[in-house]
Design a protein around this ligand. Structure first.
Ligand code: C5P
Length: 253
């Protein structure tokens, strides 16, 4: 594979978090970055302010959308939401793995049924394990006495058993998940990425793009280091460059 192909391949692994308040800001970032990254993530802030109509509009414009609203409710309610999410034409959405197997299976089943009924592509459904802003102390506060690693592994195994397509973990757990789960095609999405010259903001467990790319992560989610940069295109290109250097020509992803 030559360097251009490798660069294009790494680009598809980069997801930009559209953590802004208005459709105008989101559309501006999308028009700047659509040729530079693989997908755009709509999270709670933008979804709460602009709602599903913006998500549908973005998806219809031909870009891959990761709807990051982390569903966590009773199985029947999550199933209903998952079916609606699937009908929006998005590429990926997530549920909290701590919602349990019944909830995760309900989400997958409902999304599958909706897509079959309407001949749509099934979005990737991934389980959120432990938030990258959390550490052992934060887990302990909520009555969980496992280490972060133990908790992430337990929730990842559960997510895989339910047939979901992957998990969201910190890059620190990517290698452990890759080595212990060994479920073919099970994908690892990692936020908590900071280029070496960037601040950590509220993220507690961070890695550089190169480290995350070599740790077994399939997709890297990056928000503030790109969205807050003076030149977003340059910031995205720099990250893809770091990923490309780390991946090397033999990287399977
Ligand atoms: O700005 P930053 O790069 O920290 O953004 C990371 C994005 O990934 C945010 O939108 C955050 O909500 C999201 N995220 C996360 N940790 C998770 C799941 C999602 O940081 N476990």
């Amino acid at each position: 594979m030559d360097n251009t192909d490798l660069h294009e391949k790494q680009k598809r692994r980069l997801i930009v978090a559209l953590d802004v308040s208005t459709a105008d800001e989101a559309l501006e970032a999308v028009s700047e970055l659509r040729g530079e990254v693989g997908a755009f993530k709509v999270g709670l802030q933008l979804f709460t302010s602009e709602g599903a109509s913006l998500v549908k509009r973005l998806a219809a414009s031909g870009i891959e959308i990761f709807l990051d609203v982390k569903y966590h409710d009773i199985p029947n309610t999550v199933a209903g939401a998952a079916a609606e999410a699937a009908k929006m034409g998005i590429w990926m959405f997530n549920v909290h793995a701590s919602g349990g197997s019944e909830m995760m299976k309900a989400a997958l089943g409902a999304a599958n049924d909706a897509c079959e009924r309407e001949s749509l592509r099934l979005p990737k459904i991934v389980g959120v394990t432990v938030l990258t802003s959390s550490d052992r102390q934060a887990l302990s506060e909520t009555g969980i006495e496992q280490t972060v690693e133990e908790r992430v592994l337990q929730l990842s195994e559960l997510t895989a058993k339910c047939g979901l397509h992957g998990v969201v973990v910190s890059p620190f757990e990517a290698r452990m998940i890759r080595d212990s789960l060994r479920v073919p095609g099970f994908e690892i999405v990692t936020p908590g990425i900071r280029p070496s010259n960037a601040t950590h903001d509220d993220q507690k467990r961070v890695m550089t793009p190169a480290q995350a790319a070599s740790a077994g992560s399939d997709y890297l989610v990056v928000g503030r280091p790109i969205m807050g940069a003076g030149d977003r295109v340059e910031a995205a290109r720099q990250i893809v460059k770091e990923m490309t250097e780390a991946a090397g020509p033999t990287d399977p992803r």
